[in-house]
Design a protein around this ligand. Structure first.
Ligand SMILES: [Zn+2]
Length: 64
């Protein structure tokens, strides 16, 4: 479950609700409600399943 980092939005989304893609500064999804960028990191389990963790630092990676 992801939570939109836009504090005035704060909507919660399941992985199936969002479109994770790369706009050049890392993986992110756009909140379907407010359009805010929410960065994520991708992990692969031992079973080969892809999972995503939401990045909490703002801004992520020291970039804007
Ligand atoms: Zn939002």
């Amino acid at each position: 479950m992801f939570t939109c980092r836009n504090q005035s939005c704060g909507a919660e989304w399941a992985l199936s609700d969002v479109d994770i893609h790369n706009e050049g500064q890392g993986l992110l999804f756009r909140c379907p409600m407010c359009g805010a960028r929410n960065y994520v990191t991708r992990h692969k389990t031992e079973e080969g399943e892809l999972t995503y963790d939401q990045v909490q630092e703002l801004p992520p990676n020291g970039k804007r």
